[in-house]
Design a protein around this ligand. Sequence first.
Ligand code: IPD
Ligand code: CA
Ligand code: CA
Length: 261
Amino acid sequence: MIEKIVRQAGAVAAQAAQFIRKERVSFDQNVVERKGRNDLVSYVDKQSEQLLVAGLKNILPQAGFITEEATIKHERKEWTWIIDPLDGTTNFVHGHPPYSVSIGLLHQDEIVGGIVYEVNRDELFMAWKGGGAYLNDEPIRVTNTHSLSDSLIATGFPVQDFSYIDTYLKIVKDLMQDSHGLRRLGSAATDLAYVACGRYDAYFESNLNAWDVAAGILLVQEAGGNVSDYSGGIDYLFGRQLIAGGPVHAEVLRIVKKHWA
Ligand code: IPD
Ligand code: CA
Ligand code: CA
């Protein structure tokens, strides 16, 4: 049942991705609004969300929604969709890949479905609880890398709250010197999808919202990876901080713990 729901939601995500791609061609930076410091939004985010909500309502009429642009009332129900209609808005505005549609499905407190659709490479990542993770229908796995010195690590820089910047830079300094390198893509949902398919060995970021990570968390877990908060615990969906990876997750967690108060 969950597989069928996730596949149908994947088709809805593909429609939203097509809309985003079409709008990018004629996109005018003058239509960008500011929700807060470094927090951009345009009609593309909002209309993508409306399209997703309408499509997902057809699949599970009884489900509630938690969505970034709040075009529908936030409501937790037995089933809840958690949606970021365009993750990587700053990238989109600047015409820079990647940017994705992200859809997570909660059943009570458990993430049971995850879809990330990266628009530029036309990549559909899907996972459902107990069913594995897939990229364009091919099974994916996290890497088997244990050592930081063999790892490529992704992160997100602070963008709105700079209160923890010094601590963050200490973590970055250690990881930068110990790994193959660090990357900052600009789309948390895509970062997690890339961990799930082995392009990154691990990823960490602070100040995230549930809609950035709900889908990607399940992708990583179903691809055989680990997800934790910064203390190694399980408060990663609403806890605003997360580390995800294959076996090298343990090494990243060790370095984060060393610096994070
Ligand atoms: C942002 C992206 C970015 C991350 C920010 C998010 P948005 O989401 O995921 O990579 O660093 O924390 O807010 O605003 O583009 O949906
Ligand atoms: Ca986001
Ligand atoms: Ca967004």
